[in-house]
Design a protein around this ligand. Sequence first.
Ligand SMILES: C[S@@+](CC[C@H](N)C(=O)[O-])C[C@H]1O[C@@H](n2cnc3c(N)ncnc32)[C@H](O)[C@@H]1O
Length: 373
Amino acid sequence: MNRINTELAKVLKRKIRSQGPLTFRDFMAVALYDEANGFYAQGPNIGSPDGPFNTNAKFPAFGYAIAQAIAQAEKNIGCPLRILELGGGTGQLGKSIISFLQTPHEYIVLETSPRLRAGQEQRSLQTIQNLNNLPPSPTFVFGNEVLDALPVHRVMGMGNEKIEEFYVDLDEDGEFSEQPGPLSTTELAERFKCEGVQLGRGQVAEICLELKPFFQNVRQVLERGYVFFVDYGDRASNLYSHRHRNGTLRSFYQQQQIHDPFFAVGQQDLTADVDYTAARSIAEEAGFEVDGPIPQGAWLRNLGIQAYKGSSSDRESDQKEINVLTRPTGLGSAFDVLILKTRGLPDGPGLQQVSNMSLSKSPLACQISPHFF
Ligand SMILES: C[S@@+](CC[C@H](N)C(=O)[O-])C[C@H]1O[C@@H](n2cnc3c(N)ncnc32)[C@H](O)[C@@H]1O
């Protein structure tokens, strides 16, 4: 399929012509978050039949389970909690969680995309665009598929433990092309050194450096509390193994997985697996105690998702929804939950009887594209 020369592609090509190649990370940040033409700036209709992809947010049973986690967290902490949702998408999940809470709560959505914020406000959700003015308070923080939407650097193994970074440049036809070059920051090599990762020659991998400022900002608004991230990812030793020789970057365009990050710049989603080894140690450095990641299915079952009753009183369809979210051969192990807490709190809700980093992914789950279900 021929690439689409979108408005944003034209803008980026002009930028590369005048200023030189961009790191893949900078390209991806613009492709997803440019305020005028980035993918998320268009206010994608995530979860609808004509939307670009689905998330857990589509299922009210998911919102029900999160509401149970909030109630449990309040019991553990002994006071009502402010709820902070990170990256609220269409606002569907926020609405669903609120509908299952027993009492009114302060519910705030942190959202970078102005269009998505407008949609969330239409659903009567309170939104903010950054955490700068949010005072520290006891809080329950939650993000579904936010870490896997953060921009990543792309690197390639050059042999002898050396890595180079990919830059987005233009070829002789004026088309986007990726070229390896020197690292734009030493943090990339340092990350692999800390994790003991050695890429094979020609092996491609993604590294997310946004985790550190993201976790630090969240820690600052949490006087006490828990943070839950639901994403797809793996520990570093798996993520950077030969199983992922071409990395885990994926792009989605109109409900199809496209194997070209330049196919329809600004109209396609770009996403990469979360490195949970890095996420754990960065969260600890930011002052959190960390549990998990644990498989989504086990977490939801521990929260009591089996008791979910939808509005239609159709037990069969409720059970179907629960199965989709929890099945170990599907979303139940395709997604994992990382749990952060401020020091000294009891274990996070949903953690019973699940061991840390219990990421033994079912071979079937590995074939599932988490965005389509
Ligand atoms: C893959 S979508 C998931 C949306 C929603 N949570 C769901 O499950 O349907 C990622 C969301 O994170 C938002 N986002 C990305 N980076 C963010 C950041 N740094 N702070 C807040 N939101 C962010 C995007 O605009 C989008 O709403």
